[in-house]
Ligand binder design. Structure first.
Ligand code: FCB
Length: 437
């Protein structure tokens, strides 16, 4: 089961927390709903941990809010903020659940953004220090660490397209940010290992497997470039292959990347060995000529995408997951793979009896759990599976309009009600179908 700090915690001004770039984005009215309270997990965390225990999962992936722990990003450590996570981790352990800590799930301290954000090398240094602080505080009870979540999103949606915080639209800045995120991953991995030599450290990368829209050479070239920019650009350097030449050439030709950005020393840091690859999988895309630079093509906007698509307009493609897991295994051979996110947005709410019969989510999850097991049966070392998400939460710019949870959250009262999928998943966990978490 997986969540992220900004999407559930709230407690924006509690006990010395600083603002993150998402707080600022929210103040600017760029989110459909403000995130100041979110699911109020900051105050209701014990109830949420009880629900996790009821679900029976063996592990829980959550993220630490950097500005809660170091409000200005680089200075004083806020003990009260750290204590919140200490209590959370102790509460998980008391319930027999292993914490999987994500260090960065997009909520950069706003103060660091004001000094250049991820485009500045100083943010990379600050992240390494922050990683060390958190590892020191939570390390006694935490063995699994995820440095960065979905670097493509911060890079492209946050800095090329400007639709996610911090809302910048500049190609070269985006490429610098993407590179710094990966360097920060490598440095943080070393820091965590320095403090906790036995820790298992990995990174969570999102993927969008792409197929060509037709057999034409143009469509194949477009799909290849899309895959290069969206997927290979991140997987290749993590596994020591450097950035893909074909994409680098295009970026250089178009002057979309600073030619002096990437050094051999940086590539060595990025390729710091990881103990597991975290893979976030939701969907696949079909790419034709003209669509190679994204955004992800979906069904026509404003139209009901119909069956076969989730409410995000994402195609349901479980076979794509099996294929991609095999591809990752064949291409990069990670020691271990964890599905660190998989899930679906469907809006089904309570019926007149108060029951939330989210059968489409059950179908989605069942098919993807089976798809994961199919890859494992063919020798892919998939060692864990995390559902996105425990409860309906703030889906970034979409606010609360998209519901991914196994638990319904009433937007007025913030009461939690497990959906049918919750009971179904408990059955999956109990049966030990996967290392389901
Ligand atoms: C992923 C994010 C996660 C959530 C899901 C739906 O890209 O990591 O926070 O928003 O998508």
């Amino acid at each position: 089961m997986a969540t992220a700090a900004y999407q559930i915690e709230g407690g924006r001004h509690e006990q010395g927390k600083g603002d993150s770039i998402w707080d600022r984005f929210s103040d600017l009215g760029r989110l459909r709903d403000p995130g100041d309270v979110a699911c109020d997990h900051y105050h209701r965390w014990e109830e949420d941990l009880d629900l996790l225990a009821r679900l029976g999962v063996s592990s829980y992936r959550f993220s630490v809010s950097w500005p809660r722990v170091i409000p200005d990003g680089d200075g004083r450590v806020n003990q009260a903020g750290l204590d919140f996570y200490r209590r959370l981790v102790a509460g998980l352990r008391a319930r027999g659940i292993a914490p999987f800590v994500t260090l960065y799930h997009w909520d950069l301290p706003q103060v660091l953004q004001d000094k250049g954000g991820w485009a500045s090398r100083q943010t990379v240094e600050a992240f390494a220090r922050y990683a060390c602080v958190v590892a020191g505080a939570l390390g006694d009870d935490t063995t699994h660490w995820i440095t960065q979540n979905e670097p493509w999103v911060t890079t492209m949606l946050g800095h090329r397209d400007g639709v996610f915080a911090p809302g910048i639209s500049d190609w070269q800045t985006a490429m610098t940010v993407g590179h710094h995120l990966l360097v920060a991953h490598g440095m943080a991995a070393e820091e965590v290992k320095g403090v906790l030599p036995d820790a298992q450290v990995g990174i969570g990368i999102d993927c969008r497997p792409a197929r060509a829209a037709s057999d034409s050479d143009e469509d194949h070239a477009a799909a290849r470039h899309f895959d290069g920019a969206r997927n290979r650009w991140f997987f290749d350097p993590i596994f020591g292959h450097g950035y893909p030449d074909d994409v680098m050439r295009t970026y250089r030709d178009r002057r979309q990347i600073d030619p002096d950005l990437v050094t051999t020393a940086d590539l060595a840091i990025i390729a710091t060995p990881i103990d597991f690859l975290g893979l976030n999988y939701y969907t696949t895309v079909t790419i034709g000529a003209g669509q190679e630079d994204g955004p992800d093509p979906g069904p026509e906007s404003g139209k009901d995408p119909g069956p076969g698509y989730t409410d995000m307009g994402w195609r349901v493609d479980p076979a794509g997951l099996t294929r991609y897991l095999r591809h990752i295994h064949d291409t990069y051979a990670p020691r271990s793979i964890l599905i660190t996110e998989n899930g679906a947005s469907y809006s089904d709410g309570p019926d007149e009896r108060g029951i939330i019969d989210d059968v489409r989510r059950i179908d989605y999850l069942r098919s993807h759990v089976e798809a994961t097991a199919a890859a494992r049966d063919r020798g892919v070392p998939v060692d864990g599976y995390f559902v996105w998400s425990l409860m309906d939460n703030l889906e970034w710019v979409e606010g609360f309009s998209q519901r991914f949870g196994l638990i319904w959250v009433d937007r007025e009262t913030l009461d939690r009600t497990p959906k049918r999928s919750f009971d179904w998943y408990r059955g999956i966990v109990t049966a030990g179908t996967l290392a389901a978490s």
